[in-house]
Write a protein that binds this ligand. Structure first.
Ligand SMILES: [Zn+2]
Ligand SMILES: [Zn+2]
Length: 338
């Protein structure tokens, strides 16, 4: 479960599609709203409230899923849990809008699958000088993994990224470390490639355990994030709606690393376009982004974002053929990645 997750819905008596607005609202540890999720959550909730006004007329159901922890942290990436728990089984499409760090608006970007991993070793402590032969060095095992991951990197497809840090390497130099702990990410453009690398790293952990006699374990510390499937026909509806609001898409999709919106996009057509909250492009996850996220200019995008998202959803609620075409394209794109 996710302490701060929620699901809200309004269902009309008339048959129709189920639309889900994804609301994100987590901040960054030590920084604050450096990703603009204060705006994100408001946009989705307000868009759903707008659409609800006409749901009885057009039919169908409107939902908001509050999916916290996109940035990780306690039990992070809730969208993965919502998918796993079946919250999208009867859903026709999902949408949200991310506050943009660039001076222009852009459509949904693909993103990388990502496995956030704990790698741990348990050895045996001993006096490092008087009885080293009694010790089993957990740090040595972990360093073997670190080096082997470096060697593996040369032989991986170019989209794969492995990065890690050691968070616990022992307590004192005169004690053989009986415990060592690293955090690693494996990322790749698709789940199959990511999982392939995952298995290789698992073998490396086993190998290091064998070599040192330590006990090793590798496991995800939160939901595995899947790559995002982009459905251009769906983005097209957003673009059209944005233009009807007097705004436009100003540039190519901006790479976002990894996002748990990917997990949702693996089961239903999903969009996550960006609406700029800054007049000049700035780095995401920065102090500048915190400022932009509470600037007048930034906050004004709540109105624009909510209206545009609501209109996008409304168009699909009222046009079964268009929704069908989007679903067909989504199915194609799903097949393509395998
Ligand atoms: Zn972020
Ligand atoms: Zn974000």
């Amino acid at each position: 479960g996710h302490r701060t997750g929620f699901s809200a819905s309004y269902k009309s008596k008339k048959q129709g599609p189920v639309a889900v607005f994804l609301a994100e609202y987590d901040a960054l540890n030590g920084l604050g709203h450096g990703c603009g999720h204060n705006i994100f959550g408001c946009v989705s909730s307000l868009a759903a409230a707008c659409l609800k006004q006409v749901t009885d007329e057009v039919g169908g159901e409107v939902r908001v899923y509050g999916t916290p922890g996109e940035e990780g942290g306690e039990n992070g990436s809730a969208k993965g849990s919502f998918v796993r728990e079946g919250f999208f089984k009867d859903v026709d499409f999902a949408l949200c809008e991310h506050p943009g760090k660039d001076s222009f608006n852009s459509l949904t970007s693909s993103s990388l699958a990502c496995a956030p991993l704990d790698i741990e070793f348990w050895g045996r402590s001993a006096h490092a000088a008087s009885a080293p032969e009694k010790g089993i060095n957990a740090l040595d095992a972990l360093i073997m993994v670190y080096n082997a991951a470096n060697a593996l990197r040369q032989h991986l497809p170019s989209d794969v990224k492995i990065h890690g840090i050691i968070v616990d390497g022992g307590k004192a130099p005169n004690m053989v470390p009986d415990y060592a702990h690293a955090k690693f990410y494996i990322r790749a453009a698709s789940m199959p490639v990511m999982m392939d690398t995952y298995k290789k790293l698992e073998k490396i952990v086993e190998g290091a355990a064998l070599q040192t006699g330590a006990k090793g374990r590798m496991q995800p510390y939160q939901n595995i994030v899947e790559n995002t499937i982009v459905t251009p026909l769906f983005d097209e509806v957003f673009k059209e709606s944005l233009e009807e609001m007097g705004e436009k898409i100003g540039g190519a999709p901006v790479s976002i690393g990894s996002s748990d919106v990917g997990n949702v996009s693996q089961v239903v057509p999903t969009i996550q376009p960006n609406l700029s909250i800054t007049r000049e492009s700035i780095p995401n996850h920065s102090e500048l982004m915190v400022k932009a996220a509470c600037s007048e200019y930034g906050l004004e995008t709540i109105r624009l974002g909510a209206k545009t998202l609501a209109l996008t959803a409304l168009k699909l609620m009222m046009d079964p053929e268009r929704l069908q075409a989007i679903k067909a394209q989504h199915a194609e794109k799903l097949k393509d990645q395998a």
